[in-house]
Design a protein around this ligand. Structure first.
Ligand code: CTP
Length: 401
């Protein structure tokens, strides 16, 4: 699965460093050659000898061990890497990378590599949630670094929450997925919208819907995995930004979504509108909280612009994909939207079916193409549905050029 691949594993100094031994073992069993670089702090948790024995390769533990060799070595390892994994990645190493500091063997080598870099942060929960660490991680993600979300659980320091290094098997799988993924969307810009919009009634209330954002985020994740540059325009959700070249723009109102999407549209290759956009908004947003005065309350709603329809009218070379969440007449309603909005494809789902509704991890969809073809997919995970949609988009893009 990984034969012929060179993986450089950077181990930084956290208690989870011992788990990196099993990561080396798993990657090696999968056929990869693994070169380990340790920070000086990491070498206090696990000895370089352990990594040397498991990897079968010399281990670089200090920049000053072999002063004649290190410079050559760090450049050689940086360019030999097919993938650079840092596990565990401490707040310190993340901070250095995000700020261009290269003062030891690990930070100099990772700065010199052009290979995909995967970070597996592991640290105390409060450190992980510290806004500085979060900002550093977001910065690295926006630059194309992959970040594996830490697991939640009881940490060595006794605190419970996110910050635990995921299981070595999970990290090895992640690495394999990146190394084996086809980069067929390299150089392509995708705009993907996700989640539901919120239209404010007053400072504390809004009109919203039950969209979880999971479908849109799955699309963003899978498109980025295939090399796309993704602008993910998302309504409020708890979901983390998918790894890879994904720029997450958070919005609340349909009008904000429209503004971002239109701004990004001109040089986009593909737009996928998985978001559930509110069709109407309160005509007026009260400046103060509305008090309960009478037995009834009447809100006057006015129409929001149909963003997708507008994109259809402006369409030049872009591939436009819509979603249609329906409760009846699925195919007929979706076909009508496909034509009315000048789309290339529409993904229709009956939200009343179990396994297809809002917040589910699976979906059951029918994909309608502009040539009248309808594909019925069985119940699948949202990531699998995303892959099928992306394969179809790839077909459409290939026909265009
Ligand atoms: N959409 C949009 N802007 C809107 C409403 C919908 O861009 N104001 C997009 C959605 O993101 C989706 C597609 O249009 O990709 C279809 O949305 P849907 O809510 O199913 O259909 P509507 O056109 O709003 O029609 P209706 O609500 O009457 O079914």
């Amino acid at each position: 699965m990984l034969s012929g691949k060179n993986i450089v594993l950077g181990v930084s100094g956290g208690i989870a460093a011992y788990k990196a031994v099993e990561i080396v073992s798993r990657l090696k069993k999968a056929g990869a050659t693994v070169y380990v670089i340790m920070t000086e702090a990491a070498a206090k948790f696990v000895t370089p000898l352990t990594f040397r024995e498991i990897s079968g390769q010399p281990v670089v533990a200090s920049m000053w061990d072999e002063p004649k060799q290190w410079n050559v070595e760090h450049v050689a390892l940086a360019s030999r890497a097919d993938l650079f994994l840092i596990a565990p990645a401490t707040a310190n190493v993340i901070g250095k990378m995000a700020n261009g500091i290269a003062d030891d063997m690990l930070s100099t080598t990772v700065m010199a590599t052009r290979a995909p870099v995967v970070l597996a942060p592991a640290m105390n929960t409060n450190m992980y949630l510290n806004p500085i660490v979060q900002a550093n991680l977001h910065k690295l993600q926006s630059l194309g670094y992959h970040v594996i979300e830490p697991a939640c659980g009881l940490l060595a320091c006794g605190v419970e929450g996110p910050g635990r290094l995921p299981e070595p098997a999970e990290i090895a799988d992640y690495v394999a997925t990146i190394l084996n993924s086809v980069q067929d969307f390299k150089g392509r810009k995708f705009i993907i919208t996700a989640g539901g919009t919120r239209e404010p009634i007053d400072p504390v209330r809004y009109i919203g819907n039950r969209s979880s954002g999971k479908m849109g985020y799955a699309l963003a994740k899978m498109a980025a995995k295939r090399g796309a540059h993704v602008v993910l325009v998302s309504g409020p959700t708890e979901l983390p930004c998918p790894p890879g070249d994904v720029r997450l723009v958070k919005i609340e109102r349909a009008a904000e979504m429209r503004e971002i999407v239109l701004k990004e549209y001109r040089d986009a290759d593909v737009v996928i509108k998985a978001a559930a956009v509110a069709d109407y908004r309160p005509q007026q947003t009260a400046e103060q909280k509305i008090k309960k005065t009478g037995d009834t309350l009447t809100l006057v709603l006015e129409k929001n612009p149909d963003i997708l329809k507008e994109l259809g009218q402006l369409k030049q070379r872009q591939i436009l994909v819509g979603f249609a969440a329906e409760t009846e007449e699925l195919v007929a309603n979706a076909a009508q939207k496909l034509a009315a909005k000048n789309l290339d494809m529409i993904v229709a789902n009956d939200v009343t079916l179990p396994g297809a509704g809002f917040n589910a991890d699976t979906n059951i969809v029918k994909i309608l193409a502009s040539d009248g073809k309808v594909d019925e997919l069985p119940q699948m995970s949202k990531e699998q549905v995303a892959s099928v949609i992306l394969d179809k988009i790839y077909g459409l893009l290939s026909k265009k050029c």
